[in-house]
Design a protein around this ligand. Structure first.
Ligand SMILES: [Fe+2]
Length: 418
């Protein structure tokens, strides 16, 4: 049954609170969004370099295994035993010639095909599976995958746009920017946030909050409104990149701009060791902050020398996990690797920046539980059509997100913008 949404406006500048809390809507999102005509970010190829390497991941709240088969090909399949529904692979990652479910030891090859069933022919002529049981047909559902410069995307859709069309020139360009040479994985973090997954998707499209919520950003000029930068989207406005350029403002400009803003302090904190902030532009575009977010679940993120991918993993209507993979480049010096790890203190569950996003999302989730017909106001940056902007005082890409979300959910506003 389709749910009706009263958007109040045709430009998605009002989002009713019940969309963050409704169980039935959440179930529909898992089907229509995550199992719909989208490319979900799964993992990085560098995480599974050798035959037999695998890692577990999620598409919406469906567990998925990505594995490299003996012949080197990469496969993704639903991490659920064909027999009684147990999760087949319980480790986060590893190397194995095949995957065996612990419950009844049903065995799957590296490409996710069911290849072995204990006591299949019974014992001493008794018991066992019917002779005509088709193991191949019973195998877990496979996803179609696409490998873009070492970033693995997957889709449940039998037919949909190619990943190149889906990401667009904008998205493909950003993938190439981050993965222009071989990488090495530096580590992982997981951040469990007690809020609906869409609040995180919104946060990634909200450049307005960055220097207001994050005192670290504004104090040290990592990301503030006075810097050169802005928001850039694909043609459908479903993906977005918040970005800023190194050293394009001064402390004096920032002090003047933030002087009248409630409670924003540029001078409250001082670092005893400023190594964390050392930054020499390493990309040709000289951005120090680049955060392309790909609908529905993926993010590439550079904050100074901290590089990573993030995956949004919905955990029921009221929670999600942000899974982060930190990386550097294979040819980094030991000093640069150490510096990237130091820079990683900005992100993750205890990150000097990321922990504040988690708190902001949780207080929205708490305060919006009642009065579901009331709505958020998304007008910073203007009403009407969604467009790229060369400034940072905007939340316009959030409206692009909702426009595409509404299209996939079949609940577009009458005459709604795209
Ligand atoms: Fe933030």
């Amino acid at each position: 049954m389709a749910l009706a949404v009263d958007w109040q406006r045709d430009d998605y500048s009002r989002v009713p609170y019940w969309l963050y809390h409704d169980e039935e809507l959440y179930a529909q999102e898992m089907e229509r969004i995550f199992r719909g005509p989208v490319w979900n970010y799964l993992c990085l190829e560098a995480e599974i370099p050798q035959p037999g390497d695998f890692r577990t991941t999620w598409v919406g709240d469906t567990p998925v295994v990505v594995s490299r088969a003996k012949d080197g090909t990469i496969h993704a399949f639903v991490n659920r035993c064909a027999h009684r529904g147990a999760m087949i692979v319980r480790k986060t990652h590893g190397n194995a010639p095949d995957h065996v479910c612990i419950y009844h030891r049903w065995c799957y090859s590296g490409d996710g095909t069911l290849v072995g069933i204990p006591f299949r022919k019974g014992l001493k002529g008794e018991g066992g599976m019917p002779a005509d049981f088709d193991m191949k047909a019973a195998s877990p559902r496979k996803l179609r995958i696409a490998n873009c410069c070492g970033v693995i995307f997957g889709t449940f859709a039998e037919t949909c746009e190619t990943v190149e069309d889906y990401l667009g020139a904008f998205g493909m360009g950003m993938v190439k920017r981050f993965f222009h040479k071989p990488i090495k994985i530096l580590g992982y973090s997981r951040q469990l946030i007690a809020g609906n997954w869409k609040l995180y998707a919104e946060n990634l499209r909200d450049t307005y909050h960055a220097s207001l919520l994050h005192e670290f950003f504004v104090t040290y000029g990592v990301d503030r409104a006075t810097q050169k930068g802005g928001v850039k989207m694909d043609a459908r406005h479903r993906h977005n990149m918040n970005h800023a350029y190194t050293a394009t403002d001064t402390q004096e400009e920032a002090r003047a701009a933030y002087a009248g803003q409630q409670g924003v302090a540029l001078d409250r904190m001082q670092l005893k060791d400023s190594k964390l902030l050392q930054h020499v532009p390493e990309f040709a575009d000289r951005m120090n902050l680049a955060a392309p977010a790909f609908f529905p679940n993926g993010l590439l993120i550079q904050i100074n020398h901290s590089l990573g991918t993030r995956q949004i993993r919905p955990k029921g209507v009221g929670a999600h996990e942000v899974f982060q993979t930190l990386f550097g480049y294979a040819d980094d010096t030991p000093e640069m690797t150490r510096h990237r790890l130091i820079s990683a203190n900005l992100v993750g569950p205890a990150g000097l920046v990321s922990m504040e996003d988690g708190e902001a999302i949780e207080i929205v989730q708490k305060a919006t539980k009642r009065e579901g017909a009331a709505a958020t106001v998304i007008e910073m940056g203007g009403r009407g059509p969604v467009k790229d902007l060369a400034h940072r005082v905007t939340e316009t890409p959030i409206r692009g997100f909702w426009s595409y979300w509404a299209e996939l959910m079949g609940v577009e506003a009458p005459g709604g913008i795209r």
